[in-house]
Design a protein around this ligand. Structure first.
Ligand code: UT7
Length: 329
């Protein structure tokens, strides 16, 4: 029984429309100069009302399956890391139906911007125990649905997209190390909070009826958290893998802010040419940033089979995690 795993394919998808910083300046009091120097973001893709999270995810999934040369019916498990499902009950099953993965069990996993890394480690447990052989892991978000488009402090940061990878059981384990963390005491720093009003039913019984509020974020706190905790957790995962930063070919961080990428890389002493960044064109797509950037770098021919990647996701929860793996396609 193969109890290791390999990452053998990637795919991604973005909505059709993109909005650059000049366009955003027509909606809120901001400028291309402010956004690009403070965040590195120049443009972001935004899903139209006709483009669903499930559709974007299905396209990303199909691209990943075709790179991996794995048929949809051979998938045993679909994990959808998202905080913005089309359906609060979960969107993974819709994707399962859309791509025809009729033998797969499918469910959503919510860990905000850490979702992809948390999903990879969850998938690994099923593979390493021999329960499942082929896992399709999708990281996708349509945060534009929950952005306050009048709040210039947050609306300039986010974009929409989907990325996917195929993980397969393998004799050699190419997931070399990982570490995951959560700190709910810092929940107030970043959230999309449910808010409801009391609705009396009968006999003194009241229920709450409402919806989710737009993204609320303490940018400075999240920034501080990221530049402190992310280097720490990457080091921890590398230690588990018995590696050092010198051994990694690529640093693949959640794309939240170019300044965060630079600061983390500096602390880890990873040279800029090893730091993957596509934030300029996509902004922060939450659970999608890591697989989107991975897929682009693979398809551009930079990431080679056997390359060691240190990936780290961080965000709401607060939550953060790192995974050290080798690309195997
Ligand atoms: O997945 C995780 C998601 N969240 C994050 O990653 C957020 C992490 N934090 C950050 O990336 C940064 O803190 C921000 C990009 C959000 C903000 O950058 P900053 O350098 O921390 O700016 P600031 O909040 O200190 O604001 C500086 C100034 C303020 O004006 P005053 O008070 O100095 O007059 C803001 O009102 O910039 C102003 N400002 C803006 N100006 C133009 C804030 N947003 C904008 C804007 N355009 N979009």
């Amino acid at each position: 029984m193969a109890t290791g795993l390999a990452v053998i394919g990637s795919g991604s998808a973005a909505p059709k429309a993109s909005l650059n910083n000049d366009g955003l300046s027509k909606i809120v009091d901001t400028s291309d100069e402010w956004i690009s120097t403070r965040t590195g973001i120049r443009s972001r893709y935004l899903a139209s009302p006709q483009e669903s999270l499930s559709q974007l995810s299905a396209i990303a999934a199909q691209n990943a399956l075709s790179m991996a040369q794995v048929g949809a019916t051979d998938i045993d498990l679909i994990l959808l890391a998202t905080s913005t499902p089309d359906d609060l009950f979960g969107s993974a099953c819709q994707i399962q139906a859309e791509i025809g993965a009729k033998h797969a069990v499918a469910f959503d996993l919510t860990a905000a911007c850490s979702g992809f890394v948390f999903g990879m480690i969850t998938a690994a447990q099923f593979i390493r125990t021999g329960v499942y052989r082929n896992v399709l892991l999708i990281g996708a978000d349509v945060l534009s649905r929950w952005v306050d488009w009048t709040d210039r402090r947050s609306c300039v940061l986010f974009g929409d997209g989907a990325g996917a990878v195929v993980l397969q059981a393998n004799e050699i384990d190419h997931l070399l190390g990982f570490a995951l963390h959560s700190d709910g005491c810092l929940h107030d720093c970043l959230n999309v909070q449910y808010q409801g009003e009391s609705r009396p039913l009968t006999g003194g019984i009241n229920v709450s009826q409402g919806t989710y509020q737009p993204i609320s974020m303490n940018g400075k706190e999240v920034y501080r958290f990221a530049v402190n905790r992310v280097p720490e957790i990457v080091e921890k995962a590398l230690f588990q893998a018995e590696l050092t930063t010198d051994d990694i070919d690529w640093l693949l961080l959640h794309q939240a802010n170019q300044r965060i990428l630079d600061a983390v890389a500096k602390r880890l002493k990873v040279p800029a040419e090893k730091v993957i960044s596509n934030i300029a064109n996509y902004g922060n797509t939450s659970a999608a940033t890591i697989p989107l950037a991975l897929d682009a770098t693979v398809r551009q021919g930079y990431i080679q089979p056997g390359d060691t990647i240190a990936a780290s996701g961080f965000g709401a929860g607060l939550s953060w995690g790192a995974a050290i793996f080798q690309w195997q396609r």
